[in-house]
Unconditional design. Structure first.
Length: 196
């Protein structure tokens, strides 16, 4: 099982974080074959008020049309974080961003039988920004602690993902901890997020 050590920071804003000093998560083909396909890295750190995130996304074309908050951007192209602060595999947070500013935030109820339901967070309290890069794009920002149950300490379960559309509109799936299925909602496949 993958484990990511999330370090504390004195930064107040994502722009203040020294991302180069953090260990990146490399997302690979969700099939488990180890291929990187479109190079995608994710970084996390935290302070007492919440969690900072950054995705560096290699891309040759951004295939996105939705930029409204909580639109179904997972039907196009996204990067995603699933965060499970407690040991309850049936409850976790789902966060998504696309390359044109779309943001998605919901509490997931996972029935552990292939079915899930969503409780949308009605107001967008996630501070996130998109930046162009010579290799594609970057999204970074801040997830306030109030989005999570419990404290920012100990060990959580989590995963980082990417959905990229191929030329035939099929989905290319990448993940930090591969689920080996066309399904990201498999809590038994989540990685460990250890606060240090």
């Amino acid at each position: 099982m993958n484990k990511y050590l999330i370090k504390s920071t004195s930064a107040i804003y994502a722009e203040d974080v020294n991302w180069k000093n953090l260990e990146p998560m490399q997302l690979t083909s969700n099939s488990g074959n180890g291929k990187t396909l479109y190079n995608t890295r994710c970084y996390l750190c935290y302070n007492e008020k919440g969690i900072f995130f950054r995705f560096e996304v290699e891309d040759d074309k951004i295939n996105c049309t939705m930029d409204e908050y909580n639109a179904p951007i997972y039907n196009e192209e996204t990067v995603e974080l699933f965060m499970q602060p407690t040991q309850d595999k049936t409850q976790y947070m789902e966060f998504e961003w696309n390359g044109i500013g779309g943001v998605f935030c919901a509490k997931v109820k996972n029935y552990l039988n292939g079915k899930t339901s969503l409780d949308f967070i009605e107001k967008n309290i996630i501070d996130s920004k998109i930046y162009a890069a010579d290799y594609g794009w970057i999204v970074q920002g801040f997830l306030p602690a109030q989005l999570f149950e419990g404290s920012l300490s100990g060990e959580w379960q989590f995963n980082a993902y990417r959905i990229k559309l191929a030329k035939d509109n099929s989905q290319i799936l990448l993940s930090y901890s591969n689920t080996i299925a066309d399904n990201y909602h498999l809590p038994d496949k989540f990685a460990v997020l250890k606060f240090v």
